[in-house]
Design a protein around this ligand. Sequence first.
Ligand SMILES: [Fe+2]
Ligand SMILES: [Fe+2]
Length: 403
Amino acid sequence: MALTMQAQRLTAGQTSRTPVRAAHVRRGAVTVRASAATDPMGFKLMRSGIKQASKETILTPRFYTTDFEEMAELVNPANIPQQQQEELEAYLREMKTDYNQRHFVRNEKFKEAAEKLSGPTRKIFVEFLERSCTAEFSGFLLFKELARRLRDVNPTVAEIFQMMSRDEARHAGFINKAMSDFNLALDLGFLTKNRTYTFFKPKYILYTVYLSEKIGYWRYITIYRNLQRNPECQFYPLFEYFEAWCQDECRHGDFLAALLKSKPELLQGPIAKLWTRFFCLTVYITMYLNDHQRSAFYEALGLNTTQFCRHVIIETNNTSKRIFPEVPTVDSPVFWDLMDKMVSVNNQMAAIDNGTSSTPALLQPLAKVALMERLGSLVLRVMLMTPIEAGSYDFENPAELVY
Ligand SMILES: [Fe+2]
Ligand SMILES: [Fe+2]
């Protein structure tokens, strides 16, 4: 699931009807004190074989919730043109085919590969697995809840979300099984109850889920194709599954596109243009900063981190262009110059956080404020760049819609 950088905090007592653009809620009231035990790589353990989840930050994968009543109104067949409802039914038939039903079957190579992996690559790979598992599981939780809450309103849409949650559960489970090869599985039940949930209005959920599915597709397929060209870098068999796996993400994104198309007001006009550009940028910036903090992982796969990120962002932007009315100008050198400056500032902040900064300790709080201001101004400059007008249609009368 995609991340954004403009969330506000919400206490557990507030409901999803609260009129805020984005916020956080925590499900349940269970608080479990984790043990102080650590594994040989230094990861904190909840108990033997179970990793304590990494601390949540602005850049870590989030869990989402939304206003389900408003979403029900959005997908009510009475508010969806017949042509789009038929398109959604075609998606349901495709999802029911379940192309990857027998795809996620492990073999003996997994355990062997995990045992061979050592040093910094082992540690950074476990971190990659955790982030991926959390993101996949986040999709599972949201789609499962949407399926449950929309069942009576639009059974077609509800069933598609059910199929999507089936896929994401498979993805998350497969990755978590890989984590258990390293004796560092996640307790997904515990995470469900204790992780912070970010509240997004339904229309923002549609934009961000569409983007996260499409960027997920491009990430997986780019890694897969690179490893086909450089098989000596395939240090763990999980990557061999990415080709069919990413087709699940592509199908999910296509369904979200169909849902967005059933709501023309979300894809036309100045407000829609602003939001689509804004969400594209937040997803791209988050990925660019995150991946550059983990360059060693991409290098271990034989990738150049900057080239990998740029390729994924450019392709996701090209895909999004087909549906979003406005997308960022990612083919401009100025855009990448600003993105690289953000990486530099973000790395300096990370150095302060992890104690490797050369700034004297006394001056670090001040330095961090200055860096945050600098990062904010760079983000603003990117946001204010002239965008690309896009979208598959431009119309005044919804009856003129042609796809
Ligand atoms: Fe997935
Ligand atoms: Fe997905």
